[in-house]
Design a protein around this ligand. Structure first.
Ligand code: FE2
Length: 387
């Protein structure tokens, strides 16, 4: 971040806020209570960054008595009523500024770290080699950053052995164990003498929408693939939602504003149910999740009668967009190759296949918080090396 050239400070709103003016004309305002709550001094924050006080330890009538730039170019604030003096680095204030107008974010907005895609856009599949990401932190960061950006990446050259997918999860985090175990088998033996055994394709879907919380990452790892066809394919659910919003804004709204229900009760002793929207927006309208899985959709009962016809129209259209050929990126997996998807965003599917041969994949779940934590740690390490 380029630090703006600082100009002047002004106490505003009767001491309830301060306005920082910069040489380029930019203005950043901060509230007294916000600054006091986020004070970086050692009475407020422990060395590990955890806050040592609660909000009730801060007087409700906290105001700014004085504000000036000190000799280190930090903003020095004196708070009343207890005359506490705290210094805030200017770059920290810039990084954490919140002085933007109300209502500027449209429903469905996306973080700048995310890039949506379709087949044409993602002509080159984001991928890396197992040894490379295992041995080189920089290469690992690049691969993880691609997963953050595109919600999907491939990894090649891994070991061809039972459970090898756990080594992929261990590169960035931890496996999420479920009732399917630490991992599960996706194995089909093709018998050319009996067409009934021909494996049909599966519509693109996100996995396990009936869990709450849903597993946020999935790894699918190939151990054997001697069958004809059976390509894997992925579709960016965020791009599909954007297209639905462009074509049918009221359809986007109805899928975002009402919950679907999902259920799995396919084995004794297991009944998993969730109630969540197919298009999930945060309270500020950020597009944060997609759930789409025809096989585990339970009766939808949270949409009022008057909106149900529109809901089904939108659900159908979203499915059609997802099924469009130009939305899908397809690839074959060789033994020792795998792909990872952000299961809250990218749908995966398998094309139908037939002929002789076997296809043996293993799958497991993991979570994005661990992946982002590892990525953030490496990015900070690399930044420290540069500075
Ligand atoms: Fe799946």
């Amino acid at each position: 971040m380029v630090l703006k050239k600082f100009s002047t400070t002004e106490i505003i709103e009767n001491g309830n806020a301060v306005s920082l003016k910069f040489a380029d004309g930019a203005v950043l305002r901060f509230h007294a209570i916000w600054l006091r709550d986020n004070a970086p001094d050692k009475e407020t924050r422990a060395k590990n960054g955890q806050r040592l006080i609660t909000l009730s330890d801060i007087p409700g009538d906290t105001k700014i008595e004085s504000a000036k730039l000190d000799e280190n170019n930090d903003l020095e604030i004196e708070f009343s009523p207890n005359d506490k003096v705290v210094r805030f680095p200017l770059h920290w204030l810039e990084q954490n500024a919140y002085d933007y107008p109300k209502g500027i974010l449209n429903p469905g907005w996306l973080s700048k770290k995310i890039q949506t895609w379709d087949q044409k856009f993602l002509a080159k599949i984001p991928s890396a080699g197992f040894d490379e990401v295992h041995d080189d932190r920089k290469a690992l960061a690049k691969w993880l950053a691609n997963i953050r950006k595109f919600g999907f990446a491939k990894l090649s050259g891994g070991p061809v052995e039972d459970g090898a997918l756990l080594k992929v999860a261990a590169l960035f985090g931890y496996v999420r164990e479920t009732n399917y175990g630490k991992w599960f088998e996706v194995r089909t033996e093709v018998n050319p003498n009996n067409l009934a055994y021909t494996s049909l394709g599966l519509q693109a879907h996100t996995d396990n929408p009936y869990r709450d919380p849903v597993p946020t990452l999935q790894i699918l790892y190939c151990l054997e693939n001697s069958a004809d066809g059976g390509d894997s394919m992925v579709v960016d659910g965020f791009r599909a939602a954007q297209r639905l919003q462009e074509e049918m804004p009221d359809g986007f709204d109805v899928l975002a504003n009402y919950c679907a229900r999902f259920e799995y009760a396919g084995e004794a002793g297991t009944t998993l149910r969730s109630k969540r929207p197919m298009i999930e927006l945060g309270p500020d309208g950020e597009l944060i999740g997609i759930r789409f899985n025809n096989r585990s959709c339970a009766p939808i009962i949270d949409v009022p009668f008057d909106n149900m016809a529109l809901y089904y129209k939108a659900y159908r259209r979203l499915g059609e967009i997802i099924d469009e050929q130009d939305m899908a990126v397809s690839f074959m997996l060789e033994p020792g190759e795998c792909f990872i998807v952000d299961n809250t965003r990218v749908l995966h599917a398998r094309k139908g296949y037939s002929g002789e041969g076997n296809r043996w994949l293993q799958g497991c779940y993991a979570d994005k918080d661990g992946l982002y934590s590892t990525l953030c740690g490496i990015e900070q390490e690399l930044e420290r090396k540069v500075s």
